[in-house]
Design a protein around this ligand. Structure first.
Ligand SMILES: [Zn+2]
Length: 380
């Protein structure tokens, strides 16, 4: 009995001390008398490896310091179109200098299929934040009752009450928000030119636009909502408005996509302009737009819906088309402060202020980039 009591703390210490496993790597906590040479012999590795894995400048180690004593995990990543080394470094959380060092044959521009060795990297798509679920909400409108709301969302009344604890069935008010289901959390990760989308949603049909390529029409739930809401405004105000074409958003999981540098994180969309001469059933075409051909009235209604709500971080529009939009905005009551915040015009195409700004190749379509939404902690 007394023997067991005496050895128990020693055993616990022995278990906790040399081989603490953290993220599949063995870590040694340096104690008095340890040297790099002794540790190398003990763990059957070389001094050089210990230096490299722990980024040691020399052989000095301190008591209490944690040292990796095992080869860090190595990932092999196959490059896809649009990848860059710096994007891969960001995504896997390793310094770009280290990535260059570990891949001496790889140049600045990556060929598709190139295998990149990532020592000690962790795939941020899998590990940044756990996949969570979030409630789907519904706002009660006039004429609603619980049975009707439940039916519309394929629920029983009991299930609806269960989702909304404390709900009094006969006292549902207009404007009240109810939870009507659960969905996977949707968020933008990284930056538009090096990022991903978790829990992407696909852009559905709408009377205001034609979706050109469903496989490239994925984005965050928030982006989809912001897009649709602005087209709701246009079609409500003007039911006879032609449909524009919505070209690429992002791929389902985001990431590098052919023909674009951005469009990676579920916040970008390319859309054709409203045209005065009409657009046909296929939607307003992807054709060079002249200022006198631009249907400024409808175009401004759409842009204004995003600007007023503070949704858009940038709307890329060729400078040649900005003057007529600026005039329309002023005519419809935009204040000087709003005009200055919303338009780069008239300060010139190189001026770096204004949500609506010039970017080459945006004469036949505009590009809207939505800002990071609240709660998207990894969105940049
Ligand atoms: Zn674009």
């Amino acid at each position: 009995m007394s023997f067991a009591r005496r050895t128990l703390p020693a055993l616990a210490l022995a278990l906790a001390w040399p081989g603490v496993v953290s993220a599949d790597r063995r870590v040694h906590v340096v104690s008095a008398g340890d040297t790099l040479g002794a540790l190398a012999a003990r763990y059957h590795v070389t001094i050089d490896e210990l230096r490299r894995w722990n980024e040691l400048a020399d052989d000095t180690i301190r008591v209490g310091q944690s040292l990796s004593v095992e080869q860090p995990p190595t990932l092999r990543y196959r490059a896809v179109a649009g990848d860059t080394l710096s994007c891969i470094a960001t995504r896997f959380g390793v310094p770009i200098e280290q990535l260059r060092e570990d891949n001496p044959g790889v140049g600045r521009r990556l060929e598709v299929g190139t295998v990149v060795v990532i020592v000690g990297g962790v795939d941020s798509r899998a590990s940044e934040t756990p996949d969570g679920s979030e409630p789907v909400r519904y706002r009660v409108v006039a004429g609603d009752n619980l049975a009707r709301i439940a039916r519309r969302h394929a629920l029983s009344v009991e299930a609806l009450v269960e989702l909304n604890p404390g709900l009094t069935p006969d006292r549902v008010r207009v404007g009240q928000t109810l939870v009507v289901g659960q969905t996977t959390r949707s968020e933008s990760l990284g930056v538009p030119w090096c990022g991903h989308v978790r829990g992407a949603r696909q852009l559905g049909e709408h009377p205001g636009y034609v979706v050109r390529n469903p496989a490239r029409s994925w984005a965050t739930a928030r982006t989809i909502e912001r897009l649709r809401r602005a087209f709701d405004v246009v079609t409500r105000r003007d039911p006879r408005a032609p449909r524009v074409r919505v070209h690429d958003l992002s791929l389902e999981g985001g990431g590098a996509i052919d023909d674009h540098r951005s469009h990676q994180s579920g916040r970008d969309a390319d859309i054709t302009y409203y045209r005065r001469s009409g657009c046909g059933p296929g939607g307003c075409p992807l054709e060079r737009m002249d200022p006198d051909q631009l249907d400024v009235r409808r175009q401004w209604t759409l842009f204004h819906a995003w600007l007023r709500a503070g949704d858009a971080e940038a709307i890329y529009v060729d400078y040649a088309l900005q003057a007529v939009l600026h005039r329309e905005a002023r005519r419809r009551g935009a204040t000087p402060a709003e005009l200055a915040a919303w338009f780069q015009y008239p300060r010139g195409p190189r001026h770096a202020e204004g949500v609506i700004r010039h970017f080459p190749n945006h004469r036949d379509h505009f590009h809207v980039r939505f800002g990071c939404a609240r709660g998207e902690r990894s969105c940049r």
